[in-house]
Design a protein around this ligand. Structure first.
Ligand SMILES: N[C@@H](CCC(=O)N[C@@H](CS)C(=O)NCC(=O)O)C(=O)O
Length: 237
């Protein structure tokens, strides 16, 4: 197998989900391996394992065994946006990015905004595929204007692209931008945050895409409760 994707716990790791969904959609013949999140401190097994592969000791990490680096080791690509660009070059005929240069620039802009932004949504509503967190979501929503601002901006960006390209995905057909927002779809749904009808339709389209379904199936089957990932819950009950 030439491409090896190393991911974190499927139910919690939003960055892993972006890369995992993208590969499932465009290059399904890849190998995937999960490294369990026992902790993120220097002494954790997770860090010890992932440090052997990635210079940043984070997931996802893509290893291409077909290409060797200048030390003769399989090429390592260690950041989600870089993985997206690598896959776009790896399969140039696949619509990872829209073919139209205007749509492509818009898709890249929104992915970059996601990569560096929406910190309140990310911090307050960590991805957690499986449980219904609408109670936590309702409390957060009522008191947190920053969270409301992040969700409002995401919805405005989605509605703008859905209007321009007529759906069902953000730039028409499924692409990197939808893989990038798939964990956001999971968060909005799990925490029951209010969305417009148009955004709900988009969320339904993302949730039922085979690449997203495949990721979520594994997430539900492999989910184990990790307390530091869910400080708002005492158990997975
Ligand atoms: N900018 C990185 C972020 C990756 C990241 O933070 N991944 C989380 C898991 S979702 C992680 O590995 N956390 C471990 C840590 O923070 O030490 C990317 O885009 O890949």
């Amino acid at each position: 197998m030439s491409l090896d994707l190393i991911v974190g716990n499927y139910n919690y790791s939003s960055w892993s989900m972006r890369a995992g969904v993208l590969l499932r959609a465009f290059l399904p013949d890849f190998h995937e391996r999960m490294v369990h999140f026992d902790g993120f401190d220097d002494g954790s097994q997770f860090k010890a394992e992932i440090r052997k592969i990635s210079p940043t000791a984070t997931v996802p990490v893509l290893c291409d065994h077909r290409r060797l680096d200048n030390a003769g080791q399989p090429l390592v690509v260690w950041d989600t946006l870089a993985i997206v660009e690598y896959i776009a070059e790896y399969c140039p005929d696949a619509p990872v990015w829209p073919r139209d240069p205007i749509a492509r620039a818009q898709a890249r802009s929104l992915c970059a905004e996601m990569h560096s932004g929406f910190g309140h949504l990310r911090g307050l509503c960590p991805m957690n595929i499986g449980p219904d967190l609408s109670h936590q979501g309702a409390i957060l929503w009522r008191y947190n204007k920053d969270l409301q601002r992040d969700v409002k901006r995401i919805q405005a960006a989605w509605e703008d692209l859905l209007e321009r390209y007529n759906g069902p995905f953000l730039c028409g057909e499924f692409g990197a931008i939808d893989a990038y927002f798939s964990p956001v779809v999971m968060r909005l749904a799990a925490y029951g945050l209010p969305v417009s009808e148009r955004c709900q339709q988009y969320m339904d389209a993302v949730t039922s895409h085979p690449a997203v379904e495949s990721w979520c199936d594994i997430a539900r089957k492999t989910a184990v409760f990790i307390d530091f990932e869910e400080p708002y819950r005492l158990s997975d009950g």
